[in-house]
Design a protein around this ligand. Structure first.
Ligand code: SF4
Length: 223
């Protein structure tokens, strides 16, 4: 079986050219906890999506999770309930976690955008840039071992690449102190069943990495 060291790719070897970025948005206020950060997002007007949202969708899960799962943006059900990954994609995500020996409680799940784009259109670059400080702050507070990016938008944002998800999926990349594993968005597998097996394999890889890390930590503690 491959060790974590064998499967990790140094990020820029694999991720291809970096995309052009728009000017950084104004900084957000510092937040020590997810609760403080959520309060800021509740009142956020940094982009026009604040005018059409029903609820912000901040994210959900264990604030000390070892795995941070990042999706694209809230859909209709998420916007209505204020919770990420409800509906069919959420159900499939729960199955993927279970197959990998993980539970929804083992992860924190958030989206690149905290508000729903109208009619589920693609996120725009300016919206991603405006919302990005919240995701960066969530990542810093949670401090996970592994980040799983679901689909093109999350993957290209985290890896800062233009390379598509089909090429990047299943590769484990080292970005700073995080391991990043890109995979398809579970919603894509609902319409294209050929992606189901790929998603199952990718999540099993995530489960194995997290178990390896936990075992290594226990060994360190024992010595
Ligand atoms: S999408 Fe992000 S930046 Fe835009 S209004 Fe919502 S929380 Fe603010």
């Amino acid at each position: 079986m491959k060790s974590e060291k064998d499967i990790v790719t140094k990020h820029m070897q694999h991720a291809g050219p970096r995309p052009e970025r728009t000017a950084p948005a104004n900084p957000i206020a510092p937040a020590e906890t997810l609760e403080e950060l959520r309060e800021q997002v509740e009142g956020c007007t940094r982009c026009d999506l604040c005018e059409t949202r029903t609820n912000i969708v901040f994210g959900d899960g264990d604030p000390h999770a070892r795995i941070l799962v990042i999706g694209e943006a809230p859909g209709k059900n998420e916007d209505a309930q204020g919770v990420p990954f409800v509906g069919a994609a959420g159900k499939f995500l729960n199955e993927l976690l279970e197959d990998a020996g993980l539970a929804r409680e083992d992860i924190f799940i958030a989206n690149v955008l905290k508000c729903r784009p109208p009619e589920n259109r693609n996120p725009q670059a300016a919206e991603i840039e405006a919302c990005a400080p919240y995701l960066r702050a969530q990542t810093k507070i949670i401090d996970p071992d592994v980040i799983v990016t679901l689909g093109n938008f999350a993957t290209q944002f985290i890896l800062r690449t233009n390379t598509g998800i089909t090429k990047l999926r299943g590769t484990v990349q080292e970005v700073g102190r995080f391991l990043v594993l890109p995979t398809f968005h579970p919603a894509a597998a609902i319409y294209d069943r050929s992606k189901r097996d790929v998603l199952i394999a990718d999540f099993q890889q995530v489960g194995a990495i997290v178990r390896d890390r936990m075992a290594a930590r226990q060994e360190d503690t024992a010595h």
